[in-house]
Design a protein around this ligand. Structure first.
Ligand SMILES: Nc1nc2c(c(=O)[nH]1)N[C@H]1C(S)=C(S)[C@@H](COP(=O)(O)OP(=O)(O)OC[C@H]3O[C@@H](n4cnc5c(=O)[nH]c(N)nc54)[C@H](O)[C@@H]3O)O[C@H]1N2
Ligand SMILES: Nc1nc2c(c(=O)[nH]1)N[C@H]1C(S)=C(S)[C@@H](COP(=O)(O)OP(=O)(O)OC[C@H]3O[C@@H](n4cnc5c(=O)[nH]c(N)nc54)[C@H](O)[C@@H]3O)O[C@H]1N2
Ligand code: SF4
Ligand SMILES: [Mo]
Length: 687
């Protein structure tokens, strides 16, 4: 019997926990959390503990499949690549290169930067700027906001903090290692404040729980600034030396006195004041912001800018326990061909594409369905879906489906059949994270953990390919060898690693547990300033002002809200928030895995006891939930752990797809993010 233990990382969600995988006779028999790994320190969540079931899932599709007369037929990779090449060239000839679009899902965004940079390079070589990803609804708004305000992305440092605010996040479900950090730090005296309309477990154990009406967080932040500034609790030295526009902020926040903010947010006035005082007077304070909760609102950009400003004016930047940044491993650039045309949506939402000359390089995906349906501003005829399930995860599923069905050619690369793959012309089998080598180089960016590790290929299943391999082979098939000189995925990773002095071999054999890439440096700004045009924290943003946007964060009601659309609210009197994470599943995935499904067997709508009584509902009753866009039926979970008048429904369930009820329409006028956290709905008992 041969037995080995491989150190690698999990990618069942974006945390990337370190794992030790025991392989016996070529089969994985055991997976444990890596004890010394700086993120999870040996911990493994329930999904991680179900990894063997995931890896050997009988539902996996392990060969390319082509749809012929409505039926799937197995084909070879070479046939699949030929078919794609033929279709892509035909569409390019008839409609131009931008008629071929690519959209990237969370699993592929997580394959380090390697797969994404390969995809972008491919699209540019082909001549298309039609690249999109789930970052049109997730996380990028936070990154852009922090860059605009602070010059780069910063992260909260709860492990070293005296006060942590968990804002629109339920880490116990969505980021379990961070919940573990917080529990440990609380034993050392960390004070915890949670801002969430629901009483999550972490909220029930917090020192303070603030329950705002969904979508009103930006007003709450401005109210806090009002208290902090008027009571002179800000860090005067920092503000004087390192910020631009504080004087204008002083004036601006006078529009947000706590009594007014209390009316907007439904948080008692006294509580807003206490929250602000606690935050400003803590020795160190950080805000651990939800990865998408504040993005999916009408103030996507402004909420995150306000968080950055709160950290700045209280002197918590580049400070232990405040907002910190980790060092990066030097890497070779992956250059792309210049394109003349900007991607879709960028005419309206230009900061989504680039700020301060720093390019993110994608279009705003929420405009894609309408573009496909109308052919305006130009036809989009083919779409390659790289590790995503937009028919479940993008808002307004009905329209997304209609649009995708209208395409001439739809390719989906995935691991199991999905709602999107079902309507595709071609299915490409994707390797799991246990079947591919890739560079995990995001620990520093996401968690300020200066660590880089190689995620390792342990197995090969059927003909599954890594996403990186597919795009590389596709490039070669198209004849782009000169621009894509790498023989395989390892050669590409070696190229990326060149400036660092490491390579795949060293990261496999010598440093299987990863390498340290430096240290988190505090007060770094004192040497070089901030990486903004003014070299200071830009409370007032000239960049936004020049684009005609509010230069200082301003609160905007959700597009659908009792205050903003009172007529609609008469018909749809309840507030709907969606997508709070279930610890057993990632988005629309994993519901076919028996262990996880047993623990969370069906979707439900959370509703407060008082609201339930008003509608004559008891726990477990079947209800219809309706918005302007559609209706779904699911069971009610009657609870005291949510604000009255709010309905909370998870996403990712095909039997009650909440995205049939959401809207693609832009809620945030700057970045084009849709509103998934605050919409209006109505409910009725029975079906
Ligand atoms: N198990 C699991 N983990 C995941 C994922 C998954 O699908 N499953 N997805 C991953 C991804 S891609 C992401 S983006 C992250 C998401 O992670 P986060 O953005 O951190 O989201 P959640 O942890 O679900 O917590 C969101 C909380 O915000 C609250 N909330 C809802 N509306 C509002 C509001 O308007 N204001 C405030 N203040 N709070 C509100 C909800 O009640 C909920 O408790 O999770 C990641 N981790
Ligand atoms: N209403 C509502 N909708 C939401 C959210 C919400 O809060 N509310 N959250 C949004 C957020 S934050 C996000 S990030 C998106 C996520 O949206 P998606 O990224 O579309 O999410 P998944 O459902 O995880 O789909 C991933 C697909 O990729 C396949 N897959 C898994 N691993 C791999 C791989 O390694 N390679 C390839 N090629 N395929 C793979 C899976 O089989 C699955 O079909 O959902 C969004 N949708
Ligand atoms: S939190 Fe769980 S699913 Fe996410 S990487 Fe860690 S073990 Fe995997
Ligand atoms: Mo996300």
């Amino acid at each position: 019997m041969t037995q080995k233990v491989v150190q690698t990382t999990c990618q069942l969600c974006y945390l990337g926990c370190g794992i030790d995988v025991t392989v016996e006779n070529g089969k994985i028999t055991k997976v444990t959390g890596s004890k010394g790994f700086p993120l999870n320190e040996g911990f493994l969540c329930i999904k991680g503990r179900s990894m063997i079931e995931y890896q050997y899932d009988p539902d996996r599709i392990l060969h390319p499949m082509k749809k012929v007369n409505g039926k799937w037929q197995q084909i070879s990779w070479d046939e699949a690549l030929d078919l794609i090449k033929g279709k892509l060239l035909e569409i390019k000839q008839n409609y131009g290169p931008q008629a071929v679009a690519i959209t990237i899902g969370m699993p592929v965004l997580l394959s380090g930067t390697s797969a994404v940079s390969m995809i972008r390079k491919f699209a540019h070589a082909f001549g298309s700027s039609s690249i999109f990803s789930v970052e049109s609804i997730c996380f990028r708004s936070q990154v852009i906001s922090y860059i605009l305000t602070l010059g780069r992305y910063y992260v909260a440092d709860p492990r070293n903090s005296k006060l942590t605010v968990v804002w629109g996040k339920n880490p116990e479900n969505s980021a379990p290692p961070l919940a573990m950090w917080i529990s440990k730090a609380r034993k050392e005296g960390l004070q915890l404040i949670v801002v969430d309309p629901r009483v999550t477990n972490i909220a029930s154990r917090a020192d303070m729980h603030i329950q705002p009406r969904p979508g009103t967080d930006c007003a709450l932040m401005l109210g806090m600034m009002n208290v902090i500034i008027n009571e002179k609790l800000h860090d005067e030295d920092f503000v004087n030396n390192w910020t631009v526009g504080f004087d204008k902020l002083v004036e601006h926040v006078q529009d947000y006195p706590p009594e007014k903010v209390a009316k907007i947010t439904r948080v008692p006035e006294e509580k807003i004041k206490q929250f602000a005082r606690k935050f400003a007077t803590a020795e160190s304070a950080c805000i651990l912001q939800g990865t998408n909760a504040l993005d999916q609102t009408s103030t996507a950009l402004n909420s995150s800018r306000a968080i950055a400003i709160l950290e700045a004016i209280t002197g918590n930047l580049d400070k232990k326990g405040g907002f910190v940044k980790g060092p990066m491993l030097p890497k070779s650039p992956v250059t792309v061909k210049e394109l003349e045309r900007m991607p879709l949506g960028i005419d309206k939402y230009s900061p989504f594409y680039s700020v301060f000359g720093r390019e993110f390089g994608e279009g705003q995906a929420m405009v894609l369905p309408d573009t496909i349906l109308t052919g305006e501003p130009y036809p989009v005829k083919a779409l390659i879906v790289s590790g995503s399930n937009p028919l479940m995860t993008w808002p307004e599923s009905k329209k997304v489906k209609e649009a995708f069905e209208k395409l001439d050619f739809l390719v989906v690369m995935g691991q199991v059949m999905s709602e999107t793959a079902e309507i595709a012309d071609l299915f490409l089998p994707a390797a799991t994270f246990l079947e591919r080598n890739e560079l995990n180089d995001y620990y520093s960016t996401l968690w300020a953990i200066p660590h880089v590790m190689l995620r390792k290929k342990i197995l090969q299943s059927g003909e599954a390919w890594s996403d990186l391999t597919f795009w590389l082979e596709m490039a070669k098939k198209m004849g782009y060898e000169e621009e894509f000189p790498w023989q395989d995925e390892d050669a590409f990773i070696d190229y990326l690693l060149e400036p660092s002095g490491y390579d795949v071999k060293a990261l496999t054999e010598k440093y299987p547990g990863g390498v340290n890439v430096g240290e988190v440096k505090y007060e770094a700004y004192k040497k070089k300033g901030f990486n903004t045009p003014s070299k200071k924290v830009e409370i007032y943003s000239e960049f936004l002002n020049n684009l005609g946007h509010d230069p200082i964060p301003t609160y905007k009601e959700p597009p659908e809200s009792p205050e903003n659309s009172p007529e609609l609210a008469k018909e749809f009197p309840l507030i709907l928030t969606t997508g709070a994470r279930d610890k057993h599943f990632t988005h629309s995935q994993h519901r076919n895995l028996p262990t996880l499904r047993r623990k969370s067997s069906e979707p439900f709508a959370e509703i407060h006891v008082d609201t339930a009584t008003q509608y004559g509902l008891t726990d477990g009753d079947l209800i219809s939930v309706q918005t302007k866009r559609g209706t779904i039926k699911l069971k009610a979970k009657v609870t005291e752990r949510i604000l009255p008048g709010i309905i909370n429904i998870p996403h990712g369930w095909s039997e009650a797809n909440i995205n049939l009820l959401t809207s693609l329409e832009a809620a945030d006028p700057i970045l084009g993010y849709p509103a998934l956290k605050a919409l209006l709905c109505r409910i009725s008992k029975g079906s």
